[in-house]
Ligand binder design. Structure first.
Ligand code: HEC
Length: 121
């Protein structure tokens, strides 16, 4: 009787675990970050918009006298290295101001765009 009960429990456990649905994406979350051929218009500007950089650093609000909305300004802060330092919270004022650090992949995308010459592309 006890043995039947154990078999019964084992059966339920096996059945339940076989029904456990796991897809590949959940088991092996993608860790790749696509930084190929970054474009200012389709990759970088949307990132700056998402983190609110362009609200404080628009031509109108111009906080800290920095208008990242302006390509020439953005290029200057990219070239002097401070843009990336501020995003990485390493060696410059931490940005976005009073907010959590940006997602690592987004920072890498900006870094790749800068490495490619911070083009107005
Ligand atoms: C809430 C408004 C606000 C947001 C959002 C914001 N900034 Fe700033 N940022 C400022 C202000 C204000 C300063 C100037 C602070 C000072 O000089 O004390 C500044 C300074 C900077 C500087 C100069 C840093 C230095 O060390 O001199 C950079 C570069 C910069 N911001 C980039 C960014 C980027 C990139 C984002 C988005 C990831 C961002 N900011 C989001 C308000 C903001």
């Amino acid at each position: 009787m006890v043995r039947n009960f154990i078999l019964y429990i084992l059966g339920i456990v096996c059945f339940a675990s076989s029904c456990n649905y796991q897809n590949e994406e959940e088991l092996f979350p993608s860790t790749t970050c696509d930084t190929e051929a970054m474009s200012l218009a389709s990759d970088i500007t949307p990132i700056l918009t998402n983190y609110g950089c362009l609200s404080c650093h628009s031509t109108v609000s111009n906080q800290g006298s920095i208008a990242l909305e302006n390509y020439d300004d953005l290029k200057e802060w990219s070239d002097n290295g401070i843009l990336l330092k501020s995003m990485r919270h390493d060696g410059a004022l931490a940005m976005p101001q009073n907010q959590a650090k940006m997602n690592a992949c987004d920072i890498e995308k900006v870094a790749a765009w800068i490495t490619d010459g911070s083009l107005n592309n």
